[in-house]
Design a protein around this ligand. Sequence first.
Ligand SMILES: NC(=O)c1ccc[n+]([C@@H]2O[C@H](COP(=O)([O-])OP(=O)(O)OC[C@H]3O[C@@H](n4cnc5c(N)ncnc54)[C@H](OP(=O)(O)O)[C@@H]3O)[C@@H](O)[C@H]2O)c1
Length: 295
Amino acid sequence: MAAEILDGKALSKQSKVEVAEETSAFTSSSGVVPCLAAVLVGDDEGSQVYVRNKQRGCERVGMTSRLHKLPAATSEEELLGLIGELNGDPQVHGILVQLPLPPAINTERVLDAVTPLKDVDAFHPENVGRIVQGRPRFLPCTPHGIQVILHRANIECSGKRVVIVGRSEIVGKPLAIMLMQRNSPLGPSAANATVTVCHSRTADLAQVTRDADILVAAIGSPKFVQADMVRPGATVIDVGMNRTESGLAGDVDFDAVREVASHITPVPGGVGPMTIAMLLKNTLEAARLAHRAEA
Ligand SMILES: NC(=O)c1ccc[n+]([C@@H]2O[C@H](COP(=O)([O-])OP(=O)(O)OC[C@H]3O[C@@H](n4cnc5c(N)ncnc54)[C@H](OP(=O)(O)O)[C@@H]3O)[C@@H](O)[C@H]2O)c1
């Protein structure tokens, strides 16, 4: 039987309704409208689409957003100057620096310059450290979206073998840390997994992935995960967003793997929309933190 599709688009709509309700209550009681400042450097087409979607998301849940669009030739010092201004601006609660930045700019230096209190992507070392220690301020958007997808589909992580292919700072590594913790904001069933992380040097990759109850592909290679890499009945989460000649493709061969797995996320319409919903959640949390600090 073909796998059940985990509909991230529908779930993200539901999450946005929840964030909109919480935002409305927060704004009524505090008089504060949460504001996300997006910083976009250069003309990368994909980045422009992502930023537009994030801004639209803000509008839909009752937040405001600002776009700081800078030319590709912007210097690192200029960008750091803007980040400094946004850090100090009390009207701005969340700061999002859209990646990738042009090669001449040191991405680490820029991301480190965002104050941890407005770091709604959870990339700052202080926020990463807090996640590692199991006391997060913000959760990184894509891993959090994956955790919510699993939780809302009643797919337990506790005691399960999770294999993550990909060890990036944005997806693979933080997800591994979150799923191996004793607890999560969604409760212990969304944590307590036995996690294995694979990468380009992993030997016998298919043998490792076939051991997974839950397999997460965050590789950046279209249709990389084939049916023979998946244990029958496993849950498969496809993080990949690869622009190909025939459109957007995931890291999983959806049609083939669907015949083997019990649950699967599609691309598009799986993890992607949840990433934005979790960003909005973090922006509300950042506004709450700022309001509490002022009170
Ligand atoms: N849906 C969303 O919201 C969302 C968010 C973020 C990213 N993405 C997408 O997710 C994908 C991954 O993104 P990322 O930022 O995590 O990518 P990344 O930084 O490029 O990392 C890719 C990871 O995959 C591993 N890898 C590459 N080839 C491999 C192979 N043949 N066998 C095993 N492992 C291999 C790499 O191993 P090494 O470390 O050894 O190089 C690396 O750890 C991309 O398609 C990206 O567009 C989607």
